[in-house]
Design a binder for this molecule. Structure first.
Ligand code: B3K
Ligand code: ZN
Length: 863
């Protein structure tokens, strides 16, 4: 690092001085010296005679020509970040030749070669590692791309758009030329070259146009590609039906690769996917994997309109495409599967991860104001809280109003690079609404806390509800103004009958405090508030346990039923921690759980309601996180529930186990999920369940059941754990994606041996520090193991700290993800704080600290 990385501010946005209208790229692929020739049509936008400043990093410049004439060396400057060309021309053709080294590229950003596949990743700012360019999303150009490669090793050479030419060349090479008719920013550029098996299909749009669908997978993996293809066709159809959006090219390609930093990438017409979000068959993928494939395939497809056709003006606007597209993929999964289950899982992500981000030193609004390294802002805040904000707009406008807003948004902005403000404005204008208070969700970070006070006047038959909101300060935002918080509600009698108190089912809290009065209320009602998690807030409210049990049994909102169970469990744990006593499970709560298990309710909802809150969700309620106490109490509560409900669990386990062959459908998924919960409770009762676990492991015809038995036994420290781990390893060695689950299962075990075990697993033949999936499955999983990562002797911190140092040089993006585990360091006790701080400080002292890590370390250590 020659200079310290610098922050960029949203307020400093300036339109580009130049734009590029057409790009003609030629790649001569070579493992260590790929040549890139780029011919750009450049047009001046500003009035002044400013130089043209292109972005470029880690490139070797070979030549530069303007309008066909070589530029003399004194007319341009080239440093580590920019190529600056002095010119007074307003329109000209710029031809640049440079080379890159794809083999040396372990950061997996730009053009890289990994396991015999050339692949690119350009979002956010990776295109500048391919060639010199205006690497910003508000420069939209038409791309034509020619790729030349060895025919033998790389029979498929792909890029965006339609293939307009292909030819065999001398010396064993071949070429293909691709043309993308839609102007796009360079972050949507993609190139792939390799040898694949291809699954082909077609989709006919509602206009009757036929689209070729091609799915490229590693040789031998065709039997794992069907589900992704089916999901793609479902997504295309769903987007037509629900959002009135039709696909626009004649071909849609998806390539699955093994080396990828994230989940997938929505490059125009050529998605690149992490193989774990494509490959799935019952033996090698769990039910959750199948659902993830559907959701990520959907997500990337939906970007074609929300992201690609209408893109972001600058990277501060990332949530414009990500929040909206997550909302769309959530709705897709909910329309195709169980709405309640999807909603609950989405809320779990917010509560376990987003709330923590909002209360730490990296807290940022869904539209950040300040960024050092953009890759650090692909966060649960921008994505998932961003989707919650879109969902609130949907709640305010209803489906019809929301779709009216979407229509206007596309009418106004198709083909442009725009801002979050443009989106909100379209929603407002299409519906004649005023969102001035609502906009604060875009500008303010932090999680609002809503305090609820209720009073019932039996004489006047009046219920008064007083709501207050407050949001703690976050870095750079001392004072907060009130948010517009939609509060969806329903009301019940003590017996659980639904009461109707007026016809408005959403209250609007727009000030720091507001009162709502309900008249003609015959008896004191139990209000179910924030039904369907209608706003991403924390709620402080004094419901009695009896009232919570009524909501658990009777709320018509499945989310609220689940939430009531979570509140009951959280209370038990918090009480035990504050009294320094054992968790106390009351007879009435046992009864309530038993009633739920015996009720005629969706088995998946039963499973979710009986899943205890995560350690990180509980931790969120504390200023200083009591690591040991949380985990001791969670364990004790789990054992007590297992003992109290043993016969119900056993009965349900048997009822849910079937001899029918595996099928992927909602009912069977739900049944397997409930079975797994029963098994995980029963496993806590010691070796009594050994038979069940071993039996299920051995007889399973699918990975969901097999892995379920393995996890239950390992996490309950059962005596069959080691034998099953060995069997699993023997069966799946070499199957990388399956072995990832074997790594995670061990990394998540709450055992004093886990740190040592993780260290020794790093030498396993299936592990590699070069592959992000392996790092996530073993090391990132380990950081989620609260008691073991946060071991009081610091062994967990040392292990991960050392890995981050190592990855700083090779793959800073992945290193930065691991660093997230240290970001909340001030929330721990003094001893742990010192140990975590030590790791942060030694990172800060690294001579070549990557900007990704620099940004997080600095914000962590700032007083
Ligand atoms: N847009 C990509 C994420 C790119 C991340 C760059 N560090 C995937 C997605 O959200 O669809
Ligand atoms: Zn996305």
């Amino acid at each position: 690092m020659t200079q310290l990385p610098k922050a960029k501010y949203r307020k400093d946005y300036q339109a580009p001085e130049f734009t590029i209208t057409d790009v003609d790229l030629t790649f001569n692929l070579h493992p260590t010296e790929t040549r890139v020739v780029s011919v750009l049509k450049v047009v001046r936008q500003g009035n002044h005679e400013k130089p043209l400043v292109l972005d470029g990093e880690q490139l070797t410049l070979l030549s530069i020509k303007v309008d066909g004439v070589k530029v003399p060396e004194d007319s341009y400057q080239c440093d580590e970040q920019n190529l600056t060309l002095d010119t007074s021309l307003d329109t000209f053709t710029l031809e640049i030749e440079n080379s890159v080294n794809p083999t040396a590229n372990e950061a997996l950003e730009g053009l890289y070669l990994a396991e015999d596949t050339f692949c690119t990743q350009c979002e956010a700012e990776g295109f500048r590692r391919i060639t010199y360019y205006l690497d910003r999303p508000d420069v939209l150009a038409k791309f034509t791309t020619t790729v030349i490669a060895d025919l033998d090793k790389f029979p498929y050479v792909l890029s965006n758009g339609n293939k307009i030419k292909q030819a065999e060349l001398d010396n064993g090479k071949h070429l293909a030329t691709w043309q993308d008719p839609f102007p796009k920013p360079c972050y949507l550029f993609a190139l792939v070259a390799g040898n694949f098996d291809v699954l082909r299909d077609k989709f006919t749009t509602r206009e009757g146009r036929s689209v070729d669908l091609e799915l490229f997978v590693d040789k031998g993996n065709l039997d794992r590609a069907d589900h992704a293809m089916l999901s793609l066709k479902n997504a295309m159809k769903w987007d037509e039906e629900r959002f009135d959006l039709v696909y626009d090219l004649d071909i849609y390609m998806v390539v699955a690769v093994d080396f990828f930093n994230m989940g997938a990438m929505e490059n125009k017409g050529l998605n690149v996917f992490n193989a774990k979000y494509v490959l799935a068959n019952p033996k090698t993928a769990t039910d959750q994997d199948f659902l993830n494939v559907e959701s990520v395939i959907g997500h990337e497809y939906f970007h074609n309109w929300t992201g690609n056709r209408v893109t972001c003006r600058d990277w501060f606007q990332l949530s414009l495409k990500e929040g909206l597209t997550v909302f769309r993929d959530q709705e897709f999964s909910s329309d195709l599967g169980s709405r309640a289950v999807n909603r609950i899982q989405d809320v779990r992500v917010i509560r376990s991860h987003q709330f923590a981000e909002d209360s730490g030193p990296m807290a940022h609004p869904i539209r950040p104001d300040k960024v050092v390294q953009m890759n650090n802002f692909y966060t649960v805040t921008v994505y998932n809280k961003g989707a919650e904000v879109i969902r609130m707009i949907h709640t305010l406008l209803g489906e019809t109003g929301f779709q009216k807003g979407m229509k206007l948004y596309f009418e106004r902005h198709d083909g442009n690079a725009v801002t979050c403000e443009d989106f909100v404005k379209a929603m407002e204008d299409a519906n004649g609404q005023d969102f001035s208070v609502f906009r604060h969700w875009y500008s303010q970070a932090g999680t609002p806390v809503v305090t609820v006070e209720e009073s019932y006047d039996a004489n006047a038959k009046e219920l008064t509800l007083k709501l207050k909101q407050a949001t703690a300060s976050t870095p750079g935002q001392e004072q907060k103004v009130p948010f517009h918080i939609p509060v969806k509600w329903s009301a019940y009698s003590e017996k659980g009958e639904r009461l109707s108190l007026g016809n408005n089912d959403v209250l609007h809290l727009k000030e720091s405090e507001a009162s709502f009065t309900f008249e003609n209320v015959a008896e004191k009602p139990i209000l179910s508030l924030f039904d369907n998690f209608s706003a991403p807030v924390k709620v402080k409210r004094n419901l009695t346990d009896d009232e919570l049990r009524v909501l658990l049994a009777h709320s018509e909102d499945d989310f609220s039923r689940w939430d009531a169970a979570q509140s009951l469990f959280t209370r038990i744990i918090e009480k035990a921690i504050s009294n320094n006593s054992e968790a106390e499970l009351s007879v009435k709560t046992i009864q309530a759980c038993q009633n739920l298990l015996r009720a005629n309710t969706d088995p998946a909802l039963k499973a979710l309601a009986l899943t205890l809150p995560t350690a990180s969700t509980i931790a969120d309620g504390y200023k200083t996180i009591p690591v040991e106490a949380i985990n001791t109490q969670l364990k004790s509560l789990k054992i007590q529930l297992a003992e109290a409900l043993e016969s119900d669990f056993t009965e349900l386990l048997n009822a849910c186990s079937s001899n029918k062959p595996y099928q992927l459908n909602g009912d069977d998924i739900a049944r397997r999920q409930l079975k797994q919960i029963c098994l995980s409770y029963l496993a806590e009762l010691g070796d009594a369940t050994v038979g069940n676990l071993k039996q299920q492991f051995e007889q399973a015809d699918n990975l969901t059941d097999q892995l379920g038995a393995l996890q239950a036994s390992v996490w309950a420290n059962n005596s069959v754990a080691e034998p099953l781990l060995n069997l699993f390893e023997k069966q799946w060695q070499g199957e990388k994606l399956v072995m990832d689950k074997w790594f995670s299962t061990q990394a998540l075990a709450n055992s004093e041996q886990t740190v040592e075990r993780v260290k020794s697993l790093m030498t396993h033949p299936d592990f590699s520090l070069k592959n992000p999936n392996r790092i996530y499955s073993l090391l990132a999983a380990f950081t989620q193991n609260q008691p073991q990562f946060h071991r009081a002797d610091g062994a967990g911190y040392e292990l991960i700290g050392a890995i981050i140092q190592q990855l700083n040089a090779s793959n800073p993006q992945v290193a930065s993800r691991l660093l997230s585990a240290f970001v909340s360091w001030r929330r721990y006790d003094e001893n742990r704080q010192q140990l975590m701080k030590k790791q942060l400080e030694s990172l800060r002292n690294l001579p070549d600290l990557a900007s990704d890590l620099f940004e997080k370390v600095e914000s962590c250590l700032t007083e």
